[in-house]
Unconditional design. Structure first.
Length: 474
């Protein structure tokens, strides 16, 4: 193989179908809801979803899976063909189809049909795994991973391998960098093991014991148990103190596919050279955002890939986000400032602001703007670094930099529903308040932690440096 090494996803592809509607009455012949259908969407699920998510940033992704001659397999080929490179094992049977009937956005019933047995891999599959930059196994209990197990065992010896397991699937190969069961899977996989707390053991301690036991059993470098709103618990063989990586915010939305998003983000981060702890932090944040955006049923996931074009201003993403949120009836929240040294006061303000609406966009003063406002020597941190720190926060959805002394111009383009400031302002004192009235927006003030400011931090740092200098001279 030539060129950059690909990320290889191995696993079971399903066809997911979501039938959406409204239910306002029961059937006359049974106590069952009658769902009036408003939409019917089909898209790849399982390993197909994981591969598509891994390829979202333009990454070269190869998907090794079993597909047949049935219409559902053809539908998967059409949907994935422009996103990933397919390497197929023969499927003896039909592709599994998972149909959810939803009323008011909530599942009423799920119907599973189809299924088959994967055949043997060919040389192209072996070569792809031998030359992979990183490998993700998305196991949905249909044994595609088992069909290529010898090649996966070889890959685990020389490349990062993440295994997303299934209670009815194949055990992870020894040497996996991370295995990522969710809470229910961890309970099922440990059921009957000596000392297991069973279904009632929902404490962090119980999951730490399960994770360590599974890491020992599978000879994995680490097991990351996903715990929903509580985040992810990283455990190692032999026990020890686990690491809890909390979710950045409570995501309200459809959790379907969140595990695939988490696993795909984890393996991509490992491929980029991040440590497992760093990769899991990124994956937790991405999975929360994925759920909040509608999960696997989000139509934006399956729009045609954009045609590459000329480079554009990254700030355009903030304006597009505002338009998308408004289009679906959501509330756009914005705040602004220098954010020269992000401190606890900033964090509290941003977290509170994000809870006000459906997205939070930070309007960030440019370096020249900060200097004009704060004087020579400021900013302490250049705008690219300030924007990167803010964008990495789970409470912040987008950042836009403005050059003027005040954000009125950029607000006129964003047109947020709510403009948030912190501290001891009054709404009447905010110059932005009048601007927002032009489109019916509202300016609000949120409480701010007393005694926290960049200026105070800088002064303390200067005093500490002076004390240290005197001590060294003495």
């Amino acid at each position: 193989m030539t060129g950059p090494k690909p990320l290889v996803v191995v696993g079971d592809v399903l066809l997911d179908e979501d039938i959406e509607g409204v239910a306002t009455r029961l059937a006359p012949d049974a106590p069952a809801p009658v769902v009036d259908v408003t939409a019917d969407r089909r898209h790849p699920g399982g390993a197909g979803l994981a591969a598509a998510l891994a390829a979202r940033d333009g990454r070269d992704v190869v998907l090794v899976t079993a597909l047949g001659d049935d219409p559902d397999s053809e539908a998967v080929r059409r949907e994935l063909g422009d996103r990933v490179r397919l390497l197929e094992l023969p499927l003896h049977g039909t592709l599994p189809v998972k149909t959810r009937v939803l009323a008011g956005g909530r599942p009423v019933v799920r119907i599973d049909r189809g299924g088959g047995t994967p055949g043997e891999p060919d040389d192209a599959v072996r070569e792809a795994l031998a030359g992979a930059h990183a490998v993700l196994v998305a196991d949905y209990g249909r044994h595609t991973a088992g069909a290529v197990r010898p090649q996966l065992e070889d890959a685990a010896r020389h490349t990062p391998l993440v295994w997303d397991p299934h209670p009815k699937g194949d055990p992870p190969v020894p040497g996996a960098r991370l295995v990522t069961p969710n809470a229910a899977e961890a309970v099922a996989l440990c059921a009957g093991a000596p000392g297991d707390a069973g279904a009632s053991g929902a404490s962090l301690g119980a999951f730490a014991e399960r994770g360590a036991e599974l890491a020992e059993r599978w000879r994995a470098a680490g097991v990351a148990v996903t715990l929903g709103d509580r985040g992810v618990l990283l455990t190692r063989p032999g026990g020890g103190t686990p690491m809890l990586i909390p979710a950045p915010f409570r995501a309200e939305g459809d959790p379907c596919g969140a595990g695939d998003c988490f696993a795909a983000t984890t393996v991509a981060a490992l491929a980029d050279g991040l440590l497992p702890e760093e990769a899991l932090q990124r994956a937790v944040a991405e999975a929360a955002a994925f759920v909040a955006a509608g999960g696997a049923g989000n139509p934006d996931l399956w729009r045609a890939p954009a045609v590459p074009g000329p480079a554009r201003d990254p700030a355009a993403d903030a304006f597009e986000l505002a338009e998308r949120v408004r289009a679906r009836g959501g509330t756009v929240v914005a705040t602004g400032g220098c954010f020269d040294l992000v401190h606890a006061g900033h964090i509290g303000l941003l977290e509170s602001a994000r809870r006000v609406g459906d997205c939070l966009i930070v309007c960030l003063n440019s370096d020249a703007s900060v200097t004009r406002r704060k004087g020579a020597g400021r900013p302490l941190t250049p705008v690219a670094d300030r924007a990167r720190v803010l964008a990495a926060l789970g409470s912040v959805d987008a950042v836009v930099v403005f050059e003027e002394d005040t954000p009125e111009a950029v607000l006129g383009r964003l047109r947020p529903d709510v403009w948030v400031k912190g501290g001891d302002y009054s709404v009447q004192e905010l110059p932005e308040a009048e601007v927002l009235r032009a489109w019916g927006g509202q300016a609000v003030v949120l409480p701010y932690l007393d005694g926290r400011s960049t200026t105070a931090l800088a002064r303390r740092a200067a005093r500490a440096a002076a004390v240290a200098l005197r001590a060294s001279d003495g």
